[in-house]
Design a protein around this ligand. Structure first.
Ligand code: UN1
Length: 499
């Protein structure tokens, strides 16, 4: 019998109101059933929202440094359990253990950063235009935050959303990706152990249409943060617009690595191997376009194919494995569909098939795949695939490369390999992305800097760093007039008062 897991509502581990559960299986070994998780429904969301609302007052009145101290303990427990959580995350998500350890580390960094923020939730003190009047701003929490997270960073992304929300004094209802429920269950156990008060953190497992949608529509959840597809984000955006909710969206990407002829080729090669095939291409920041300057195109493609062919596929908890499986059958189908499109739009120089044999048959493995002769503007050059598929596009000069980079609806990250310092600064100025790397791949953002993209990748907010604290709090401006008389701003300081 597989283990059965529960929701966490109002400080208790509880069964779902539906009495239903879904299976969580290892994407590298489908025969490996990890456990059964609650397939919750609207009633569970209602209970979680009620518990979170009831806990909000106590939590918002807890001094921010004290909230930070709890998050410091959470960070310490994550450090202690880093290896075990990473093993569990690899088992359900598929990426290799070194990567899930990085994923947990990102959560640790986020916890410690949040802990220090407890002592620096700064407001501003500004001189008033009137005499004997005081003016300042402070940050206030908003209420219950509804957090909906994806499968690809099963630990880090929940922490990016949860820790700053909590530090600011909000209570939380979280629904993790249904492919990776175990990692967040382990995280919530840690929050409980670290002393988070009852009801401040609530975990409701289940599917988007059965849980996520009710979170988004719930009248007592005024803040929503979502990471996932641009299509779902658009629907969430519509509802949040109608309901006047504060919303942060992190969605698709079609990130390009641009390699100029003057670049360090070995460096650029290692960069794209990691950027395109790390996490099996399942990062919003994954490199899915490689832009090569004419002079180096052929040699670079040859060396890249050689390198990608050698990548060892397998179960990410096994030694020596470099690339894990795709997350599920749907993802595999999507990648296969794009490979067909790629064959029409370009030339497949590597891969293109489901990877089989040698322990791979029971998982959703796909060969690292490279297409050349892809034209800017084509589907392979503009649509997000979220798999180990790389489209190679040629260019003549930097102007053309920058134009191609910007010719997609997304704008998350970009990368430029060059030795030309002037061109690097032009890239910062002209590439339409939220993050631009020079001589580093499109992946690898750090927890203490703002993370997010422009255009249809996001909606103007950032996760991570200092900016996310503004998302999870409202500015309150406070004035004190200690003159003892009525003073009219904009009037009395310009005209003699009639009063
Ligand atoms: C994502 O793919 O949704 O920069 C997040 C990176 C990671 C985060 C990726 N630190 O690749």
């Amino acid at each position: 019998m597989a283990d059965t897991f529960k929701n966490f509502i109002g400080g208790e581990w509880v069964e779902p109101s539906t009495g239903q559960y879904f299976e969580n299986r290892n994407p590298a070994r489908q025969s490996d059933l990890i456990g059964m998780w609650p397939r919750s429904g609207k009633e569970d969301v209602d209970r979680a929202a009620k518990a979170a609302k009831a806990a909000f007052d106590g939590w918002r009145l807890t001094p921010a440094p004290e909230r930070g101290a709890i998050l410091k303990t959470v960070g310490d427990l994550l450090v202690e359990r880093k290896d075990d959580i990473a093993r569990a995350a690899t088992r359900e998500m598929g990426k290799v253990w070194a990567e899930t350890k990085g994923d947990v580390q990102e959560g640790i960094d986020t916890a410690y950063y949040a802990a220090t923020y407890g002592r620096q939730l700064f407001g501003r003190t500004v001189p008033s235009e009137l005499r004997s009047k005081w003016a300042m701003s402070v940050r206030r929490p908003i209420g219950v935050a509804g957090l909906i997270t994806p499968f690809n960073f099963p630990l880090a992304i929940p922490t990016w959303k949860m820790f700053p929300a909590l530090l600011c004094g909000n209570s939380v209802v979280i629904k993790p990706g249904e492919d990776v429920p175990h990692t967040v269950s382990l995280l919530v156990e840690i929050l409980e152990e670290a002393g988070i008060p009852k009801g401040v953190v609530n975990l409701v497992h289940g599917y988007g249409a059965e849980v996520g949608e009710h979170i988004v529509r719930h009248p007592d959840i005024p803040v929503i943060s979502f990471t996932g597809s641009t299509e779902t984000g658009k629907t969430i955006g519509r509802t949040c617009g109608e309901m006047h909710k504060r919303l942060s969206l992190e969605m698709g990407g079609k990130n390009a690595q641009i390699v100029m002829a003057d670049a360090d080729m070995d460096l650029a090669l290692n960069g794209v191997l990691w950027g395109a095939f790390g996490t099996t291409g399942q990062r919003c920041t994954a490199t899915s376009r490689l832009l090569l300057q004419d002079e180096i195109h052929d040699e670079f493609v040859e060396r890249l194919s050689e390198g990608a062919r050698k990548l060892k596929l397998g179960y990410g908890n096994d030694d020596g494995v470099e690339v894990g499986p795709l997350i599920n059958a749907r993802a595999l189908e999507k990648v296969q569909k794009y490979v067909e499109i790629g064959k029409q739009e370009g030339t497949c120089v590597l891969g293109g098939e489901r990877a089989t044999g040698d322990g791979l048959d029971d998982g959703f493995f796909f060969q690292p795949t490279i297409f050349t002769d892809i034209q800017a503007g084509s589907r392979m050059a503009t649509e997000e695939i979220f798999g180990p598929v790389l489209s190679v596009i040629r260019f003549k000069d930097a102007d053309e490369a920058f134009r191609i980079n910007n010719e997609v609806k997304y704008g998350l990250s970009s990368s430029l390999y060059t030795r030309d310092v002037n061109l690097s600064f032009r890239a910062f100025q002209d590439l339409d992305n939220g993050i631009t790397y020079v001589n580093a791949p499109t992946i690898g953002a750090e927890a203490h800097l703002p993370f997010g993209g422009v255009k249809q990748t996001g909606n103007g907010h950032r996760e991570g760093g200092w900016e996310v604290y503004e998302f999870y709090s409202e500015t309150k401006v406070c004035y004190v007039d200690y003159s003892g008389k009525l003073q009219r701003a904009q009037i009395d300081n310009y005209e003699a008062s009639p009063y």
